[in-house]
Design a protein around this ligand. Sequence first.
Ligand code: SF4
Length: 392
Amino acid sequence: MTAASRPPIVPASGEEPPGLYLHIPFCRSKCAYCSFNSYPCRQPPGHYLTALEKQLDFWSAHPWCRERTFATLFLGGGTPTIYGGRVLAALVGKCLSAFNFCEKPEITVEANPNAVTEQDLGELRQGGVNRLSLGVQAFSDPLLAAIGRTHTVAEAGAAIRAARRAGFANLNLDLIYGLPGQTLCDWQRTLDAALGFSPEHLACYELTIEEGTAFARELAAEALALPGEEEVVAMAAATGEAAARAGLARYEISNYARPGFACRHNCNYWQNGSYLGLGAGAASCLSGLRLKNLAAPARYSSLALAGLPPFAEAECLPLAARFRESVIMGLRLTAGLSFSCLRKRFGLTPPGYYGKILLELRAQGLIAVGRDSMRLTDKGLCLANQVLARLV
Ligand code: SF4
């Protein structure tokens, strides 16, 4: 990248330490519900990592990064472990030496149960990875097969036990509810099985049918039997109750953690902080400047390898848009928003900016407004999408 093609950087203003995200867009196969930027392949291309490292070299020398201390590193996908533990550990090592990191950074790697071996896990731990996020999704073999997952319940259990043996003391399990054919009873069994492994963190997402997925095509062909709305609401309620019984508090719409184990990397997103995203389709927010890389790995790699900026989009959001975005993302956190923090950052507060809309949401019991804060109520958390849509 030449100096002339460098993106402009808006000066920082008292912001929190940023996070670093690396995207690995390859998986063994494509799950039926997946709309992530991921591509099925047998052997992930080596040149993709070379391109990623080239970007890493560029950004680690950039003044915006040099002036900052990163707090978190997250390798997501896709299935990062498709490259194996040794290669990923080397990539983590490169990040840690190229960027300034705080004394105890949170370093997460996402993995799928049948795409990570005990040896991989040991290599990741030795490389400094201290948080593992496992895509378990369901503890039911028929449901796993129905959503296109290629692992079994037994493999999920084996991966969790192997992660503990390798020394992972901060483990997240990803689960999905509202799956085709899933009953409340099925979901309760999945929750019980997941919590039986005493994870420090649980992420429970409601299935959404995204355009371009196999499920979207099946839905259009009326070949997808999804559970009814009431049953899905009951599943959401069961999630909170089971997590609370196991000592995991809800801190975000879909995320639960033991005290001290909320995901620092994702909290920074929800607080609309700065982050640098490297890899195909990865997004960055650098003090308000938004960058998005090209999604197709081949195109991304060829530009990055040629030393050209692999951006698909670059945008500097106006202050009011950044304020709205901070409100919408911040309300996802159960702790809610601080008006004085927003005023300091944007010179705006929700009561002054939204006026009547906020009064209506409050009267409907969807948000609770205090002297210097606001948050979604339990009712608001259930209807979060509708509430947040009114604040866009
Ligand atoms: S493993 Fe994850 S990223 Fe890969 S296809 Fe399945 S849901 Fe998508």
